[in-house]
Ligand binder design. Structure first.
Ligand SMILES: Nc1ncnc2c1ncn2[C@@H]1O[C@H](COP(=O)(O)OP(=O)(O)OP(=O)(O)O)[C@@H](O)[C@H]1O
Length: 415
C-alpha cells in the first residue's frame, strides 16, 4: 500500500473513531440548536453531560442561546449547565444571545449570573473615520487577501492602508458584528511590532478599515525577491515577529492568538522592522455549518498551520509558535520546503506523518536548528513561549555579533 493510501486509511480510522466517540454526545448539541427539547431531555437522561463541549468549546447552552431556543436554555440550566462557559472565541451563551437579539434568553441568563465578556469589549466601539476624509477615487490597489482588496490611500495627508471586506462576508450580520469586535480589540493594541489600526470608515456601504501603511510590503514579497536571508538578518527579523507575537500572547484578560501567522501577515516598515497584522481575523471565515468557524487556509496558510489545527483538535497559543517556526525556516531556506506539493498536502503530511522540513546546512548556527525543532514540536505543550523564544534569539544574536567581532579582530592581527 502506498504512502498516500496509508495516510488516507489512517485518516479515515481517525475520523471514524472520533465520530463514534462523539456521535451520541453530538446529538445533545444538535438537538439543542434545533429547539428539540424532547431530544435534549433524552440525551441528558442517558447521562450525556450538560456541559459537554465540541472542538470549538461550544456547549449546548451556547447553541440554544444562539438559536433562540428558550425552553432548551431553561432545561439545560435546570440540569446543571454552566451559565458562563467560554468558547474558543471568548464568547459565553449571553454573548451569543445578545448578538442575535434574543432578549428573553438574555434575561434568563443574566438572572442566573450570566456575563458577556465580548459585549464589554463591544461597548468600546471602533474609532470612526469620516468617509469624505479619504480619497477612495485615487486609491491604489496594493494587494488582495481572503477578505478583500487592500488599497493605499491618503487620509489627512498621510498614506495609509485601506482594507476592504468583501460584501459576501460583511453582509452577514453575525460576521460583521464579529469583525467589528475584533477591530475594537485591535484598536486598543499598541506595540512597535504590531501594525497600528486607525479606524473604520463611516458612511460607507462597504466595510473598510484603515491601518498604518507599511511601505516595504510583506515578508512573503521580500523572500520572493531576495531568496534566502543571511543568518543575522533572519534572526533580527525573527526577533521582531517574536516580540509582536509575545505582546499578543500576553494580552490581558485573554491572550490574543493570531491563528494565521504567515509571511503575508508580517509587514516591513521603512526602517526595516517587521510588524504583525491581521491577528484574530482568520477565525471570521464562516464554515458551512452555521455557528462554527474554520481556519481560512485558502491563501496558502496551510503551509504554516499547526498539526493540531489541521486535525481540528482543540488548540492554544502554541499554534502561533508552530507557524513562527515555519516562517523562520523560510527566512533561512529562502522560501517554503516541499514546493512541489500543495499547501494542503504539506499540512496533511505534517499532521499525520509528523513530517518536518529538512534542516539543511543553510540553517546555521546549530542553536537556530535546535530552536526550530522545539518550536515545531508535535506536542504543543513542548513548544516554547514567545518570551522564551525572544530570550533564545537574543543569545543567538549576541553570539553572532561576538563571532563577527572576533573574525574582524583576527583579520586585523593578520594584516
Ligand atoms: N498595512 C499594509 N501596508 C502595506 N501593505 C499591506 C498592508 N496590509 C496588507 N498589505 C498588502 O496587501 C496584501 C494583501 O493583504 P491581506 O492582509 O488582505 O491578505 P493576505 O494577508 O495576503 O492574505 P490572507 O487574507 O489570506 O491572510 C498583503 O500581502 C500585503 O502585500
Amino acid at each position: 500500500m502506498g504512502t498516500s493510501d496509508c495516510r488516507l486509511r489512517r485518516y479515515r480510522v481517525y475520523v471514524t473513531n472520533r465520530m463514534l466517540r462523539h456521535m451520541k454526545d453530538y446529538r445533545l448539541l444538535s438537538c439543542s440548536s434545533k429547539n428539540d427539547k424532547a431530544g435534549v431531555l433524552q440525551e441528558l437522561e442517558k447521562g450525556v453531560g450538560a456541559n459537554l463541549v465540541d472542538y470549538d468549546k461550544r456547549t449546548a447552552l451556547h447553541l440554544a442561546s444562539c438559536e433562540g431556543c428558550t425552553e432548551v436554555v431553561v432545561l439545560l440550566l435546570e440540569r446543571g449547565a454552566d451559565v458562563n462557559p467560554i468558547d474558543r472565541w471568548g464568547r459565553t451563551p449571553l454573548s451569543d444571545a445578545r448578538s442575535f437579539g434574543h432578549e428573553d434568553i438574555c434575561k434568563i441568563l443574566v438572572a442566573q449570573g450570566g456575563i458577556d465578556p465580548v459585549g464589554l469589549d463591544a461597548q468600546n466601539p471602533c474609532y470612526e473615520i469620516d468617509f469624505n476624509e479619504v480619497d477612495m477615487e485615487k486609491a491604489i490597489l496594493i494587494g488582495e487577501g481572503a477578505f478583500g482588496e487592500v488599497y493605499r490611500v491618503k487620509w489627512r495627508g498621510t498614506e495609509v492602508a485601506a482594507k476592504t471586506i468583501r460584501s459576501s462576508i460583511a453582509s452577514n450580520p453575525r460576521v460583521r458584528s464579529d469583525f467589528m469586535k475584533e477591530l475594537a480589540l485591535w484598536q486598543k493594541l499598541r506595540h512597535p511590532n504590531i501594525v497600528q489600526f486607525l479606524g473604520v470608515l463611516k458612511q460607507s456601504d462597504r466595510l473598510i478599515f484603515l491601518t498604518e501603511y507599511l511601505r516595504n510590503g510583506s515578508l512573503f514579497d521580500i523572500l520572493r525577491k531576495r531568496g534566502r536571508l543571511d543568518p543575522q538578518t533572519a534572526v533580527a527579523y525573527a526577533l521582531d515577529i517574536a516580540r509582536g507575537m509575545n505582546y499578543l500572547h500576553r494580552h490581558k484578560p485573554h491572550a490574543i492568538i493570531h491563528r494565521d501567522l504567515t509571511p503575508r501577515n508580517v509587514l516591513q516598515d521603512e526602517s526595516g522592522h517587521f510588524k504583525v497584522t491581521d491577528f484574530g481575523l482568520s477565525k471570521i471565515a464562516l464554515a458551512k455549518d452555521a455557528g462554527s468557524y474554520k481556519m481560512t487556509g485558502c491563501t496558502g496558510s496551510y503551509r504554516y498551520m499547526a498539526p493540531e489545527v489541521y486535525r481540528r483538535e482543540s488548540y492554544g497559543k502554541s499554534v502561533d509558535v508552530f507557524s513562527f517556526a515555519m516562517i523562520v525556516y523560510e527566512m533561512f531556506h529562502g522560501g517554503p520546503s516541499n514546493r512541489a506539493q500543495t499547501p494542503e498536502q504539506v499540512a496533511d503530511k505534517r499532521a499525520y506523518e509528523d513530517y518536518r522540513p529538512p534542516l539543511s546546512s543553510h540553517i546555521q548556527p546549530e542553536s537556530v536548528r535546535a530552536l526550530l525543532r522545539e518550536c515545531w514540536h508535535k506536542n504543543p505543550d513542548c513548544r516554547p513561549t514567545f518570551e522564551e523564544i525572544i530570550g533564545q534569539l537574543e543569545k543567538i544574536q549576541e553570539s553572532m555579533q561576538y563571532d563577527k567581532t572576533m573574525r574582524g579582530s583576527c583579520s586585523c592581527a593578520i594584516l
